[in-house]
Design a protein around this ligand. Structure first.
Ligand SMILES: Cc1cc2nc3c(=O)[nH]c(=O)nc-3n(C[C@H](O)[C@H](O)[C@H](O)COP(=O)(O)OP(=O)(O)OC[C@H]3O[C@@H](n4cnc5c(N)ncnc54)[C@H](O)[C@@H]3O)c2cc1C
Length: 288
C-alpha cells in the first residue's frame, strides 16, 4: 500500500464525508493488518475508522450487534451461553493479530484464508452498511461476491448482527491448519436447530477448500426433518456434494481438500447436534 495521507475522523458522518469526497483515492483503515497483502500501489489516503465508536458488542435482544471495529480479541474475550464466536476467535492466527484485526476488516475483502465469512454464513448473520441510507444485507447475499463490491464510495460497514444461539440450537466449527498460526486448508461451520428429536433446520458453510465461502444447500435440505444421528449426517453430506468446485490450498490437492472438508462437515454437524441435544436434555432435567 502507498499511503500519501492519513485522516483520523471522530464520527461516522465525518469519515463518510471524507470517503465520499475522495472516492477511489481513499480507503477505510480499521486494524490495517490486511494491507501487507494488498498489491495496490496507487496513492491512497487512509481513513482511520477505529475512533468512530464502532467497537462494541451490544446485546440487542434476539441477536448481538457487533460494531465493525470490534477486534477479534474482544470477540474472543466475550462470553455468554448464547455466544459462539469466541470459538472462531480462538482459532484465529495469533494473539497480536487478534488484538488488532477487526470483524469488519475481516469480511469486507474475502481471501482464501478468511475465517470469518464461514461461521457468519452458518449463523445467518446480517451486515449493516451505512451509506446515504442504512441497508442490511443477509450473509448469503453479502458473500455472494466480493463484499467490497457492495460498497459505494463513502459506505462503511458499521455492524454485524449475529443471532443468539437458543437452547435447541447447536454450533460446530473446524479450521484445519498445519500449525496454530497457519492459514486454513478447510474451514467448516455448522448450525442446527432440533425440535422433538428431529432436525428442524440446519445451515452448513465451507471455505478455504473452495474459491469463495459457500453454504452447502443440498446438505442442508437433506438434513431437514432427519434424526440427528451419525448415519443421517453422513448420508446428507455425501449426497450433497454435487457441483462443488474444490480447490486445494498451500500444497494440498483438490481431491484432498474435498476429502478433508467432507470429514470436517460430518464432525461439525455432529458437534452442533450433540450440543443442541445436550442443552435440551439439561433443560428437561432441570424442569423435571
Ligand atoms: C500474518 C497474518 C496472518 C493472517 N492469517 C489469517 C487467517 O489465517 N485467517 C483470517 O481470517 N485472517 C488472517 N489474517 C487477517 C486477515 O488477513 C486480515 O488482515 C484482517 O482480517 C483484516 O482486518 P483489519 O481490521 O486489519 O482490516 P484492514 O486491514 O484495516 O482492512 C481490510 C479491508 O477492509 C476495508 N475495511 C475495513 N473495515 C471496513 C469497514 N468497517 N467498512 C468498509 N471497509 C472496511 C479496508 O478498506 C480494507 O480494504 C492474517 C493477517 C496477518 C497479518
Amino acid at each position: 500500500m502507498n499511503y500519501v495521507d492519513f485522516k483520523i475522523p471522530k464520527t461516522l458522518a465525518e469519515a463518510r464525508a471524507i470517503l465520499t469526497e475522495l472516492g477511489g483515492q481513499a480507503m477505510p483503515v480499521a486494524g490495517s493488518t490486511l494491507h501487507v497483502f494488498l498489491r495496490d500501489e496507487s496513492p491512497k489516503v487512509g481513513v482511520d475508522i477505529s475512533r468512530l465508536g464502532l467497537g462494541q458488542i451490544t446485546d440487542a435482544g434476539d441477536h448481538y450487534a457487533i460494531g465493525a471495529t470490534t477486534t477479534v480479541a474482544d470477540l474472543h474475550a466475550f462470553s455468554a451461553p448464547d455466544w459462539v464466536l469466541d470459538r472462531v476467535a480462538e482459532a484465529f492466527v495469533t494473539q497480536p493479530i487478534r488484538n488488532i484485526a477487526t470483524i469488519g476488516g475481516s469480511v469486507v475483502r474475502v481471501f482464501p484464508w478468511s475465517d470469518w465469512p464461514i461461521p457468519l454464513l452458518a449463523l445467518d448473520a446480517e451486515f449493516v452498511i451505512t451509506g446515504e441510507e442504512e441497508r442490511v444485507m443477509p450473509a448469503k447475499d453479502f458473500f455472494a461476491r466480493q463484499p467490497f463490491h457492495h460498497l459505494q464510495p463513502g459506505d462503511i460497514l458499521s455492524s454485524v448482527r449475529v443471532p443468539k444461539k437458543r437452547s435447541n440450537e447447536g454450533f460446530g466449527y473446524y479450521k484445519e491448519r498445519r500449525t496454530t498460526t497457519d492459514f486454513s486448508r478447510c474451514t467448516v461451520a455448522a448450525w442446527v436447530s432440533i425440535e422433538e428429536g428431529t432436525l428442524a433446520d440446519a445451515r452448513i458453510a465451507i471455505g478455504a477448500a473452495v474459491p469463495m465461502p459457500i453454504r452447502m444447500a443440498a446438505v442442508e435440505a437433506a438434513l431437514k426433518g432427519a434424526k440427528p444421528t451419525a448415519a443421517a449426517i453422513e448420508t446428507a453430506v455425501q449426497g450433497g456434494l454435487e457441483g462443488v468446485r474444490w480447490k486445494g490450498l498451500h500444497g494440498i490437492s483438490d481431491d484432498y481438500a474435498q476429502h478433508l472438508t467432507v470429514v470436517r462437515m460430518v464432525d461439525a454437524l455432529q458437534i452442533a447436534c450433540d450440543e443442541a441435544t445436550a442443552q435440551l436434555t439439561n433443560e428437561t432435567g432441570e424442569q423435571a
